[in-house]
Design a binder for this molecule. Sequence first.
Ligand SMILES: C[S@@+](CC[C@H](N)C(=O)[O-])C[C@H]1O[C@@H](n2cnc3c(N)ncnc32)[C@H](O)[C@@H]1O
Length: 268
Amino acid sequence: MAKENKIKPKVTLVGAGPGDPDLLTLKAVKALKKAKAVLYDALVNEEILNHAPNAEKLFIGKRKGNHKFSQDEINDLLVEYAQKYGYIVRLKGGDPFVFGRGKEETDYLESFGIKTAIIPGITSAIAVPAAVGIPVTHRNLSESFWVITGTTSNRKMSEDIKLAAKSTATVVILMGMEKLSEIIFTYKLNNRDETPIAIIQDGTKTEEKTGFGTISSIEKIVEEKQLSSPAIIIIGEVVNGHESMLTYFNEAFPEDEFIYQNLNVNPM
Ligand SMILES: C[S@@+](CC[C@H](N)C(=O)[O-])C[C@H]1O[C@@H](n2cnc3c(N)ncnc32)[C@H](O)[C@@H]1O
């Protein structure tokens, strides 16, 4: 009689946070420690993999010169690895359910009878602005915030940006750099030339780059500073007053001193 396979495969989708490896949850660390294999994306800081010393690691993200896996290939790899290793972690940048295709992956796995779980992560949509001192909401300034993809699956600018440009909401745009001129045009059509805007590339990472301006000035700043993806675009009054903020990692200050300075508190 064939030997029964006792391993019940399980996959946990884990949010790796925005970039700084310390912005990881304790639950994520526990899952990584137990994992027999970890499949991870390009936005994941590889230092985080040190929490999974015994796991087989597989990079399945997009990176220049590398084979780009299609979502179908990723789904099949997840099934294959789960069946081979038993317990695996699928590590994704930010939060798995914020423009992360997380639900597509869990649905696919479940269709093979593989159990899934989610460990939420700190999304770049909120953390990247916050880390340079931009709150997505602020009393009497912004009553809501929208998180929108700049580029939809058919490579067009999201129609939601046209609606958002008419509101006073803080607008946080992910995957928007390719569509920056269209976004700016949309805001100008709504007479929003003077609205503050910030662009943060590689937020919370040592290589972070920032650009602050207004709708009418930002394109020039982007060109001067050579800002590109991955970046977050933040539009709204909440950006105002943060032009002179230091970046998250500033060489001029030891890390803790920098944080206390910007929070305006005395560490002692
Ligand atoms: C496919 S989405 C994934 C978002 C992710 N699930 C999250 O919750 O942060 C990728 C986009 O997120 C944004 N992004 C993610 N991490 C970032 C970072 N550290 N700095 C700037 N933008 C970032 C960029 O707009 C990038 O193109």
